[in-house]
Design a binder for this molecule. Structure first.
Ligand code: G3P
Ligand code: CA
Length: 245
């Protein structure tokens, strides 16, 4: 069955990558929640997508140049959306605490945002933080940075690891063959525009494309038995999957 993964939580009515977005994802019964991780100037792991806080808060600046306290003075929002003054950028610990309180048993997909910036040692910090919480749910580590994935494989040999990519390149295929990661997460727009790549992805099996928001794409992947799909349209994907299976 194709897993439905809530991209940045379910954020149609609340800001992405916030606790309300994760609560909404749980309420929809999504199979997994996807988050993005960066690190603040004072060493806190925070859940936010961009390298700067400008798009999703009413603040300004690089996360790596701001303290957690500074970042949490700001309200959050979706792109061009209304500000939520009572919802702040959460820490990784905030989410892990919340999931423990909720007895979460599904899957947490952690994207490590090392594709544009270098956060030395972030992989070990993530693993150490997770270990403190002893999660009773599955965890998948994903990144566009293949070195980050390699580090996770070395530090946590049995962890589930996925390569984020735009297209499935020979380098990505070789990385998977070498065992650096288990799954490939390619861009659906590229996948559907290159029929040979789509056929390859279907044959590989361990593939979960992103961001699969259009009905026809969701339908095709579910019918073709893809392992999962990462989407902003969580409810639509779940309803469609129910109707197909
Ligand atoms: O999970 C896939 C997706 O999150 C990758 O792109 O930019 O939304 O983090 P982005
Ligand atoms: Ca992401």
């Amino acid at each position: 069955m194709t897993e439905v993964i809530a991209h940045r939580g379910f954020h149609n009515h609340v800001p992405e990558n916030t606790l309300p977005a994760f609560a909404s994802a749980l309420a929809t019964n999504a199979d997994a929640i996807e988050i993005d991780l960066h690190r603040t100037k004072d060493g806190h792991l925070v859940i936010i997508h961009d390298e700067i806080i400008d798009r999703t808060t009413n603040g300004h600046g690089f996360i790596k140049a701001l303290t957690l306290a500074q970042i949490q003075t700001y309200a959050t929002r979706n792109t061009n959306g209304p500000l939520f003054y009572d919802v702040q950028v959460p820490t990784f610990r905030d989410l892990l605490t919340y999931l423990a309180e909720k007895n979460f048993t599904r899957t947490l997909v952690i994207e490590v945002k090392t594709d544009k910036l270098n956060y030395p040692g972030i992989e070990q910090e993530i693993l150490d933080t997770l270990a403190e919480f002893d999660p009773q749910y599955s965890v998948i580590f994903q990144s566009f940075n293949l070195n980050t994935l390699h580090t996770f494989r070395e530090l946590a040999p049995t962890a589930e690891i996925a390569a984020l990519t735009f297209i499935i390149t020979p380098k990505v295929l070789m990385g998977r063959r070498r065992g650096d990661f288990d799954y490939i997460h390619p861009d659906i727009t590229k996948l559907k525009s290159i029929p040979l790549m789509y056929a390859l992805a279907k044959r590989i099996g361990h593939v979960r494309p992103w961001n699969v928001d259009q009905y026809a794409d969701q339908q095709r992947l579910i019918r073709d038995g893809f392992a999962g799909l990462i989407t902003n349209e969580v409810q639509k994907a779940l309803a469609l999957r129910d109707s197909i299976n």
